[in-house]
Design a protein around this ligand. Structure first.
Ligand SMILES: [Zn+2]
Ligand SMILES: [Zn+2]
Ligand SMILES: [Zn+2]
Length: 268
């Protein structure tokens, strides 16, 4: 460890770092009432979560807003990163991991499926270049661990991967930690994955907007999934400017709520 790190102890909590769809809320140039709302819960950065596990902070995805999200939550270190999938809104903050290789004293471990690794290697080719960098710290130092559907140990906790469909032709992963599950960017949950989501205290699930979408659950579709799974509490994420926070929350069934940036959920 090079120096003291200013950070908050988040063990036992999952923090929703961002709850917005790919363009964020407000959307640039949009005059709608949600985009101009003064309610802080209507300000949604791109989707990510941070999980305070027994032996360290696990980041789920590296969205373009990552730096601001970690500063906002006063979290100064990430020990490992787990990826849901390789869409731009989930990976293009990866360069912000550069500080952590110094804090950790080793490259930052990335846990993902092979297509995510291939996309990261292409999109961030300078991090994997054989040419000598201009200076230490010019590029992120990263290692890859391939994950599949087999549950695995990470930072002293069990991670259960959940296969999800993100549109008809694209597979992504959700993750379960104890009785809390994080399932963003999906509009289809295969039966074997539904079985892995039984008995939850908290289900965090994609709900993009009111109308159906080809790759995301609509709010009604996500509510239907929650009705089938019967978690104690359901929190929606990856929302567009269709869903104003206060207005939508007031209409949701008991035990269901829209998530918001910075929301902290206890791990159980
Ligand atoms: Zn997304
Ligand atoms: Zn808008
Ligand atoms: Zn996506």
């Amino acid at each position: 460890m090079l120096r003291d790190i200013l950070t908050t102890d988040i063990r036992g909590q999952l923090i929703l770092l961002g709850t917005g769809t790919s363009v964020g809320v407000p959307s640039i140039g949009c005059p709608c009432d949600v985009c101009v709302s003064s309610d802080p819960r209507d300000k949604r950065t791109r989707c990510a979560a941070l999980v305070g596990l027994a032996e360290g902070n696990l980041l789920i995805d590296t969205p373009p807003d990552l730096r601001q999200q970690l500063l906002r939550e006063r979290v100064g270190i990430v020990h490992a990163v787990l990826f849901t999938h390789e869409h731009a809104d989930h990976i293009f903050g990866l360069d912000d991991l550069r500080l952590f290789q110094f804090y950790l004293g080793h490259p930052v471990p990335l846990y993902c499926e092979k297509p995510v690794e291939q996309r990261i290697r292409k999109s961030f080719d300078y991090a994997f270049s054989q040419t000598e960098p201009t200076h230490t710290g010019a590029a992120p130092q990263l290692t890859f661990q391939t994950v599949g559907l087999q549950p695995f140990e990470l930072l002293g906790s069990l991670v259960v991967p959940i296969r999800l469909k993100h549109g008809p032709r694209f597979d992504v992963l959700g993750f379960r930690f104890g009785n809390v599950a994080y399932c963003t960017d999906t509009n289809g949950i295969p039966p074997e994955s539904m079985a892995r989501l039984e008995g939850l205290d908290v289900l965090i699930i994609d709900a993009l907007r009111n109308r159906p979408h080809v790759t995301h659950f609509s709010l009604d579709e996500a509510i239907e999934v929650a009705r089938q799974l019967q978690p104690k509490r359901t929190i929606f994420t990856h929302m567009s400017h269709d869903l104003g926070h206060a207005r939508t929350n007031a209409m949701l069934p008991a035990g269901m709520e829209l998530g918001y940036d910075g929301q902290r959920i206890p791990l159980t």
